[in-house]
Structures are given as structure tokens and as C-alpha cells.
Ligand binder design. Structure first.
Ligand code: SF4
Length: 349
């Protein structure tokens, strides 16, 4: 009873924190099915995210504080640019220690096993360390469109998404704000959050940081963008080591959460779900991407072969990526994935 009262008190505080921001939230219309979605309790199907235990024993807060201190001379991402974020400096990613968020809302455009009927509860963070020239979210990732928010604000958003019937909390481009996310998750867990956490990342993650997310992230949703370092360097601000870093990261993510297997309701609550965006003129090196996955991870690893590449932002400065992909390019990519032996493909069209 006492614990229940404490939880209600925390929820009230977090709701007060978040209630003033509804106007900033970019909401997409909910469909009728979403409005009739069952309560969040019914969505968990008995799954308790391990972060709840980490909250109970104090470990989640401790890890959040450890990550926070890494912002003194920031080394949260592979850039390791050393920005003194706690002193107000902005890093290569353009983030200071001040959390900045663009929007939060139920999202129905994510992978089906994350969307269900209630949507995936996305939270879009401003700024980004990878800085791809073709970024679809460039206003948010490159230009920092978003508003300053507090950690209680973020915890309140997580709880609000749960109350809206979302099946998970999906943190989009989280790397540079991982300290804030863990500290907010700790507060939200105190307020009754029990949704799986989706860590929706460009894949370019340091192993040291990922190890601190063990038991925190339930679902890893990484990109595997390039198999060749020169392509990564050209289109992602000099990130020549992207392939090696991401390959090591994918192995660690798989070690932590395993293969993504949907429950009887079709929802995934734990596991690794890889995205590969097929690019014009095979800039991403799709064949090598699929072969690496098939040779280093289980063949039934979930892989979304994405067809929606559209030239945005500075892509028009590079003629080879200034168009959408052709049907032939997509079909070739799917064939390579199948020939590699991958058996759990999300294929479009
Ligand atoms: S997260 Fe940002 S500030 Fe930190 S190392 Fe990466 S680019 Fe630099």
C-alpha cells in the first residue's frame, strides 16, 4: 500500500512535469484500433523488462550517473570528441548536457512487431553524432530542432506513452543522451513504467557504453548502414570505422538480448532487430552487410531490408545518391540476403 502511494506520488510529479508540453508534441492521428487498444497491462503479456530490477536495486540510477560523468570530457559515442558538456560545451553531435527533444508520440510507421494496435512510443531526440548527408530527420538530427527538457519531463513522456496504449518506449537517436535516458527510465520505473525499451540507434555504438545498457535495453533496433569504411567516411562525416564499430556493437547487442521472437500477439518484447537501408548504386554494400550478419549472427536474426531511401538534406550534392532506388536494386538486395541464408527478413513490396 505504502509502495503504491509512493508510486502514485511520483507519477503525479512526473505528470506535472510533462503536462505543460503537450503543445510541442508532434502527434500523428491515432486510428480507431489504437483508440480501442487494451490497457498497457494487457500488452505486457507477462514480460517484465529487466530494467525494473535494476531500478529496484539502485543499479539503473548508478549507471545513469556513471554515464552522466562521462560527459565531463565526452566519450559517449565513437567520436570520443571530449567535449566538456557538463560545462555547457556542445560536442561534435551538437549536444550539450541539456536534454533536447523534438517530439514524442505513438508511431505507426515502425516495424510491425513494434507497432501492434497501440503504436510504438517514439521519443525523438535532437542532434546526432553520425551526421549522414542523406538524413531523413535532418531538421532534428543536424539542425537540432527540439526544445530543452528536463529528466523528469522525459520520465513523464515515457509514462504518458504507456498510458496512451503504446507497446514500447522507443528512444530514437539516443546515444548522446544515454545518461538522461537511464536516469529518466529510473524515475519512470518508480512511477510504474513497465514497457520494453527500444534502443533505436544508427548502430555506431561503443562497446563500453553498450555494456552499461545490458539489462536496460529490451529491444535493440540498430541500423547497419555500410559495409565499407570509405562509404561511411564519405557520407557520414568521416566515420571510416563505422563498419568495424557497428559489427562489434551488433554482436554485443545480440549477446544481451538474443534473437527477436514475437509473442503470440505478434509483438516483439526482447531481441535484436537490424535495419539495412538499400541505397542507390549499392553505396551501402548490401551484399556484404547480409553476408556478415549471416556469418556472425544466427540466420534467423530479424533484418528489415528497407526500400524507402529518399534523397534528403545534402544528398543532392552527391549524384550517386541523389535519387530513389530502383526496383531492380531492391530485388538484388533481397536476393543477396536470401542467398546469404538469412531467414527472418522483413521485405517491403
Ligand atoms: S556523444 Fe557527442 S559530445 Fe559525446 S563524444 Fe559523441 S559527438 Fe562528442
Amino acid at each position: 500500500m505504502e509502495q503504491q502511494s509512493r508510486r502514485e506520488f511520483i507519477r503525479s510529479c512526473l505528470y506535472l512535469a510533462v503536462s505543460g508540453m503537450a503543445g510541442c508534441c508532434i502527434r500523428r492521428p491515432l486510428d480507431a484500433a489504437a483508440l480501442e487498444a487494451p490497457a498497457a497491462d494487457g500488452m505486457s503479456a507477462g514480460y517484465e523488462p529487466p530494467y525494473i530490477q535494476l531500478h529496484r536495486n539502485g543499479e539503473l540510477k548508478k549507471r545513469g550517473e556513471t554515464l552522466w560523468n562521462m560527459m565531463r570530457q565526452c566519450s559517449l559515442c565513437p567520436r570520443e570528441c571530449g567535449a566538456r558538456r557538463l560545462d555547457g560545451e556542445r560536442g561534435f553531435c551538437q549536444a550539450s548536457a541539456q536534454l533536447e527533444i523534438a517530439s514524442y508520440n505513438p508511431h505507426f510507421g515502425e516495424e510491425k512487431p513494434l507497432v501492434g494496435v497501440g503504436g510504438s512510443g517514439t521519443i525523438f531526440f535532437a542532434n546526432c553524432a553520425l551526421r549522414c548527408v542523406f538524413c531523413i530527420n535532418w531538421q532534428v538530427s543536424h539542425e537540432g530542432a527540439g526544445s530543452p527538457r528536463s529528466i523528469p519531463d522525459l520520465a513523464g513522456m515515457m509514462l504518458k506513452l504507456q498510458d496512451m496504449g503504446c507497446h514500447n518506449v522507443n528512444v530514437v537517436t539516443p546515444t548522446h543522451y544515454s545518461p538522461h535516458i537511464l536516469l529518466a527510465l529510473d524515475q519512470a520505473a518508480a512511477g510504474g513504467l513497465k514497457l520494453p525499451l527500444v534502443y533505436n540507434t544508427c548502430g555506431w555504438e561503443r562497446l563500453e557504453i553498450l555494456k552499461m545498457l545490458d539489462g536496460v535495453a529490451d529491444i535493440y533496433l540498430p541500423d547497419f548502414k555500410y559495409s565499407a569504411g570509405d562509404m561511411a567516411a564519405k557520407y557520414s562525416a568521416g566515420a571510416a570505422e563505422y563498419p568495424e564499430v557497428t559489427m562489434a556493437a551488433l554482436k554485443e547487442m545480440h549477446r544481451q538480448v538474443g534473437v527477436a521472437r514475437p509473442g503470440r500477439d505478434g509483438l516483439v518484447r526482447r531481441g535484436l532487430m537490424i535495419r539495412h537501408l538499400v541505397m542507390p548504386n549499392n553505396v551501402g554494400g548490401s551484399k556484404q552487410v547480409f553476408e556478415w550478419i549471416a556469418q556472425n549472427l544466427p540466420k534467423d536474426t530479424y533484418v528489415n531490408v528497407m526500400s524507402q531511401y529518399t534523397p534528403y538534406y545534402k544528398a543532392f550534392e552527391y549524384p550517386e545518391i541523389s535519387r530513389r532506388i530502383t526496383r531492380r536494386e531492391y530485388d538484388d538486395a533481397v536476393r543477396w540476403a536470401k542467398e546469404a541464408g538469412l531467414s527472418n527478413l522483413d521485405i517491403q513490396g
